[in-house]
Design a protein around this ligand. Sequence first.
Ligand code: HEM
Length: 461
Amino acid sequence: ELHRIPHPPYRLPLLGDVLGASRRTPVQDSLKYARRLGPVFRRSAFGKEFVFTWGAGLVADLADESRFAKHVGLGVANLRPVAGDGLFTAYNHEPNWQLAHDVLAPGFSREAMAGYHPMMLAVAERLTEHWDRAAAGGRPVDVPGDMTKLTLETIARTGFGHDFGSFERSRPHPFVTAMVGTLSHAQRLNSVPAPLSPLLLRRAGRRNAADIACLNRIVDEVVRVRRAEGGGGGGNGDLLDRMLETAHPKTGERLSAENVRRQVITFLVAGHETTSGALSFALHYLSRHPDVAERARAEVDRVWGDAVAPGYEQVAKLRYVRRVLDESLRLWPTAPAFAREATRDTVLGGEHPMRRGAWTLVLTLMLHRDPEVWGVDAERFDPERFEAGAVRARPAHVFKPFGTGARACIGRQFALHEATLVLALLLRRYELRPDPGYRLRVTERLTLMPEGLRLHPERRG
Ligand code: HEM
């Protein structure tokens, strides 16, 4: 039933809709097509047809878990060689998904989060030490670079009791370099014809294999150290303890050594890359909207007072800071799309028949900018959109930065707590001056990240 779905006008034989499309920015290109072609459209490349959906009604329908489920395809499927049947890349039918989900979910409970809070604060202090030095020397800071250091250290220490020493390094940790390599590679694989990819990407494939080997090596070492410490309990019940020690509450089953390796890579990657982007975009907007920054800062001063180290409970009270973060994730959902497949023959939105197994990519980036939902000023940064009354007035499923259903993000609360805490700490300590010449450019490596963003932090009086 594809013929009813619009596609770009100029189709090349074999190549498909490649005119005007860039291999570096496939998601932002899709945004352009979305505006032109409407709430559901298709793009073809090399004989394959991809359907994109972003209309609010259709996305709400796709959220129906009785007819649709996560689809492991495109970028996610391309990560299987890295993350295997780890939580993020597992197929719905793989038994290790339920097993790992049940064993790890308590690691994201309220109590668990409260336990991570002091470690999150300690890592944030490393960041402010670094920014203090930059501020004193009148030097700008590399925002995405520093946010990546922060979020990697946070997930590594809270989840795995491991210290990558990111802030002591002048270059990114090899884990980060290898991760960026594999993410970029997974994205690139989508833009070459599958039969030719071994040929076209031979060198890239070799580099990717080396990157994966590097990730494996680093992760195996993290696990080895914990096992050497006597395994269980070494991390006070952190994620790694759960992976190594915890049996499934009902079946008594445990994760295999190979699956543990997959989960550690999954959590180290999924646990920092997107949060780093979210923080970077939020800092960009705060630097460009001094009125918003001032209001957020006033909230932090009011709620935290003179507390040197804000407690866990004091973070959730920062409603306005949280709105800044939500609004940043609206305009730039750092995981900009997710895929849904029909679990039985069905009709999407009462209009588009789908066979069991047929799938579509939900273009969150455009869903979040739909003028019918967000108004004619949808492109404007305005945290007031997340004021409680405004949220209630909108239909469900129009804000989906963390995906949907059973396979939605397990780390959502972790990311929100960490990012709110860090934004508040930075607002309280610094004025954030932008680089006057900077214009937002966004790089894609499955995730989104502002490119070359620098700020000039100045200590507040
Ligand atoms: C899944 C976004 C932070 C771990 C997802 C999905 C999205 C997402 C959209 C669903 C993907 C799909 O349907 O294919 C984000 C964003 C984050 C964030 C925007 C930060 C702002 C985190 C953190 C962790 C994490 C901090 C871990 C500590 C995971 C895992 C999954 C996942 C393990 C797979 C869950 C499953 O399928 O069972 N995330 N995430 N994420 N995320 Fe996150």
